[in-house]
Design a protein around this ligand. Structure first.
Ligand SMILES: O=C(O)C1=C[C@@H](OP(=O)(O)O)[C@@H](O)[C@H](O)C1
Ligand SMILES: C=C(OP(=O)(O)O)C(=O)O
Length: 422
């Protein structure tokens, strides 16, 4: 079957107020905690129009609904392309007494690393009867025990923070079940630490006490909060929209500057390039300034923002440096390669030394460029963002994948005057 192609024409831009979806990372955590603490279903999921819910949020919802059914026959949950949803559901299945589920996903999700999480669950719960089997790579089948042992999960942190986040949400479940402290011990360095902090902040908002010390997180208490916390807009999606608003003179809404999402780092990181964000009323934000320098950012701090920053780097007057880029190889596609392909397609150059990527913008813009999303939502959206901020038309192969985190993305682009044809 031939893949869909989308023509992106940025020659009629207008200033508009652009709206991100709810944050999938925040919503995933909040949904699990709502399920555990008796606050299910989360009101925000009923208020948000269904067609704008990120696909990954729908995956977690389906998974939780399955785990809420009384123990019975083996049940299937398709995690599609969702790394965090899959990893979170594996642990939630393993800590739901008697649950028997079979998880599947895309071939790419099957290729991404999960073994360290499986080993951690087997080490902690295997002696109590957990059965976790792996297909090739699908299905991953989990049969959860009804008892537990020593209250600790040990997991390495270098590949993904999602292992530790998933296990910490497991600790919350086990604390409520047993009323004894459960902890996660992280072995070695931790990547994407801000996402684990996001998990801790959601546990606290839902009433859990989490004690943190070097490489160790322990859930020690729970008291129901007075109200269910609100759901912020997605800072990863705000990244594309803010750059578009910068170029068109528009603004974004739902930009909560008190959010704990790691991609809020954008606001600080663009300052080096000469750009400033200006907050307006009701969580609106604009970006102003004339680009004067390159960017510097680390994949350890904000991995999902690096493709967006790479697009911006293509229109800056000086080179940009992205450090700790190795983690990008483990995402929905090899994003390190994806970034290099994008810069190359736009006429720029990249140089990789160890884990550091230098991006040299082109001296003049091409008249047109093409990009294949490789079914990676972020690559699709950053290619389109680059088209808008440079004014250069784009032919994009595989635009549908934006569904994963931002189903309304193309509609937002049309609001900014972008003409889309297939
Ligand atoms: O916990 C999360 O919600 C996420 C953590 C990060 O992954 P890693 O910790 O695997 O880098 C990030 O890239 C991903 O999009 C979402
Ligand atoms: C890497 C991502 O998500 P996940 O790991 O949850 O698939 C992402 O959304 O960029």
């Amino acid at each position: 079957m031939s893949k869909t192609k989308l023509q992106v024409d940025p020659s009629h831009l207008v200033p508009a107020v652009l709206t991100p979806p709810i944050s999938k990372s925040d919503a995933q955590r909040a949904m699990v905690l709502a399920h555990l603490t008796g606050a299910w279903p989360l009101p925000v999921l009923q208020e948000e129009p269904e067609q704008f819910l990120p696909a990954d949020v729908r995956v977690i919802r389906r998974g939780i609904e399955t785990l809420r059914l009384p123990p019975g026959p083996v049940r299937d949950v398709n995690c599609a392309d969702g790394g965090a949803p899959f990893r979170i559901l594996v642990t939630q299945a393993a800590v739901t007494p008697g649950a028997h589920v079979r998880l599947t996903g895309t071939p790419r999700l099957g290729e991404r690393p999960h073994g360290a999480l499986f080993d951690s669950l087997r080490e902690a719960l295997g002696p109590s009867g957990l059965v976790l089997t792996e297909g090739n790579p699908w299905p991953v089948e989990i049969h959860a025990p009804t008892k537990t042992g020593e209250p600790v999960f040990r997991v390495p942190g270098a590949q993904s923070s999602q292992y530790a986040s998933s296990l910490l949400l497991g600790c919350a479940a086990l604390y409520l079940r047993e009323r004894r402290p459960w902890r996660v011990e992280i072995i070695g360095p931790l990547t994407s630490a801000g996402y684990l902090e996001l998990t801790v902040s959601w546990l606290r908002r839902f009433g859990f006490t989490v004690q943190e010390s070097e490489g160790r997180l322990e859930v020690t208490d729970y008291r129901a909060p007075e109200r269910t916390p609100a759901m912020p807009g997605d800072w990863s999606s705000l990244g594309y929209l803010l750059l578009i608003a910068w170029h068109t003179g528009g603004s974004v809404e739902r930009a909560d500057l008190s959010s704990a999402h790691p991609d809020q780092a954008l606001v600080r990181l663009v300052e080096r390039a000469g750009l400033t964000t200006v907050a307006g009323p009701d969580n609106t934000l604009r970006m102003t300034g004339k680009a004067k320098d390159g960017l510097v950012a680390s994949g350890k701090e904000c991995p999902d923002l690096l493709p967006t920053l790479a697009a911006l780097a293509c229109v800056l007057p000086r080179p940009s440096t992205l450090t700790d880029v190795g983690v990008l190889r483990l995402k929905e596609s090899d994003r390190l390669e994806g970034i290099r392909t994008l810069v190359d397609a736009f006429g720029g150059k990249t140089q990789l030394e160890g884990e550091t990527l230098t991006i040299h913008p082109p001296t003049s813009h091409p008249s047109h460029f093409s990009m294949d999303s490789k079914e990676d939502h972020r690559l699709a959206m950053v290619a389109a963002t680059l088209s808008v901020v440079s004014g250069v038309p784009l032919t994009l192969t595989g635009p549908e994948c934006v569904e994963k985190s931002f189903p309304g993305f193309w509609r937002q682009l049309e609001r900014a005057g972008v003409r889309l044809t297939s």
